[in-house]
Design a protein around this ligand. Sequence first.
Ligand code: MRU
Length: 361
Amino acid sequence: MLSVKTVEWVPDTPGRLLPGRVRILDQTLLPDNIRFIETSDIEVVWRAIRTVQVRGAPAIGVAAAMGVAAAAQRLDAPSATALVSKVAELAGYLATARPTAVNLFWALDRMKRAAARHAACLPAEIKETLVREAIRIRDEDAAMCRAIGEHGVALLHDGDTILTHCNAGALATAEFGTALAPVYVAMERGWTIRVFADETRPLLQGARLTAWELGQAGADVTLICDNVAAQVMKESRIQAVLVGADRIAANGDTANKIGTYGVAVLAKAHGIPFYVLAPSSSFDFSMPTGATIPIEERGAEEVTSGFGKRIAPREVKVYSPAFDVTPADLIAAIVCEKGIAKPDYRLSLQRPAGGQALPAE
Ligand code: MRU
């Protein structure tokens, strides 16, 4: 298991919960450097999310919640009502950092509601509530990922080789990951599972992050360029594709890192099951289909000048959507903390595996 934590709450004084700061692992420096950003400055948190120093839908949500909690400690609000409205402002600001991962908005809504529920309390009590809520969001994410691993391992067999795209591992969550969670559970059981990791242009989350975190965990990982995925499938090396999600619509359409849709089409063409694994905080039942999911577009320089070296003419036109939407009919199952949902997702997502209903929020 990965020993470094993606996002953590760090009290200013050991032994006292607050005031404190959010500690974010700077993922732009991986795999070579392990450095952290410790801050209570909301603009630093915004920049960390925007510039993908912290990334992966669940991790973004946790970082935003802790960012609000940390910044709120320093607010000098004359009354509880003033504090509640300043918390809403902090949350509104962080909500502009990235548009696609719904976990960001889900976590910020929870923080706003936690403050509003305590509007009749003292400002100091609201500040403590915010820290406790942010830590709860983090702990719940870790537990949901663990449960996703336990459910998802039922889709694998000892000896399988899986393919994954981007990074939906421990680095993308509070702990353990989503798409990689069944791999970690399988390893705990002593199974042999091999992973092919797409490098994931343009920001190389597969090469820099997935290959690194699986290597740290002692997993058997092989890095491939994105354009090798079809070939390894044709060579019958892959038994399943496992990916994460940034937002899942009510019908199962799933937004995830750009290139995921192409991998799903390839999997279909080769008769390989394509699975999405995500906590219920990635579900957005307000969207009937994936057609209305907002897709982030990123700057041209990430494509033309990756990692300090210019690799395309400066003036070339670039189109760089950061995510795409995989239609539900290409997805064999969606795994969340409550169980495994199979098509028709309009029915099964509300009650995965016929079990407990998902929370409405
Ligand atoms: O741009 P990123 O690195 O934030 O994109 C991350 C992904 O697309 C992940 O697959 C997704 O957030 C799921 S993480 C468990």
